[in-house]
Design a protein around this ligand. Structure first.
Ligand code: NI
Length: 226
């Protein structure tokens, strides 16, 4: 499932994050790439543990925790602290697949990258190119979102970032381990949850809605690892 989650950050938060990131210490993005990805990766990133990144990362994680849509879709179990990248002057990231296991910075723990997320921080009119292209069985999906919006996609996807030919594109990205590791099962739960909420609003107190809610929880109990 490829899901666009609008307005994770408010316009004021985007302005605040961008102001701090403008002055941050950007380093070569190959520092966090595996040996295969390093050959196709050309961007800049903040170092893991960079104090600016940690500060903004906390704002983003708090916003994710408040997002009902993110919670319903990701059913998160663990997140890595958000990371940040910048592309400018033709920089791009060629086709790659994210590593399956990622260490959680500052802890001895690690997570399985069930979901990848990109949170756009630069308004699309400020740069050319820079589309995130996620390929699934239906072909390539080009994603370029308003600042503050997020795209959530399966960690197993082949994806790339098109060259940025004007301006600079700054984004935050992160990986999420879900309580439900399988994308197909997670998608069923998400669709069911959304339908139940719609039905609850249209026919409140309906006995069948109650039964569907029971089915949702029984499936979640069957598939989830906490
Ligand atoms: Ni990637």
């Amino acid at each position: 499932m490829l899901l666009h989650i609008p307005a994770i950050l408010t316009p004021e938060q985007v302005v605040q994050c961008r102001a701090v990131l403008e002055k941050a210490d950007w380093i070569d993005g190959r520092a966090t790439a595996g040996y295969r990805s390093a050959e196709v990766k050309d961007n800049q990133q903040l170092a893991e543990g960079d104090p600016v990144g940690r500060q903004i990362g906390e704002i983003i994680v708090a916003a994710l925790n408040r997002s009902a849509l993110f919670m319903m879709a990701a059913l998160p179990r663990k997140l890595v602290p958000p990371l940040f990248n910048r592309y400018q002057g033709g920089q791009n990231y060629g086709g790659h697949v994210d590593g399956a296991i990622y260490p959680i910075y500052g802890t001895p723990g690690r997570l399985r990258t069930d979901l990848s997320a990109t949170l756009f921080l630069t308004p699309p009119e400020e740069y050319d190119g820079g589309e995130l292209v996620v390929t699934d069985t239906y072909g390539g999906h080009r994603v370029k979102l308003p600042a503050g919006d997020m795209i959530l996609y399966p960690g197993s996807s082949l994806h790339h970032v098109q060259p940025v030919t004007r301006g600079a594109r700054i984004a935050s990205f992160m990986w999420i381990e879900s309580m439900v590791r399988d994308d197909g099962e997670r998608t069923i739960l998400f669709d069911l949850d959304r339908s139940i909420q719609e039905l609850n609003a249209t026919v409140p107190g309906n006995a069948d809605v109650l039964r569907l809610t029971g089915i949702y929880h029984n499936l979640l109990r069957r598939w989830a690892n906490t």
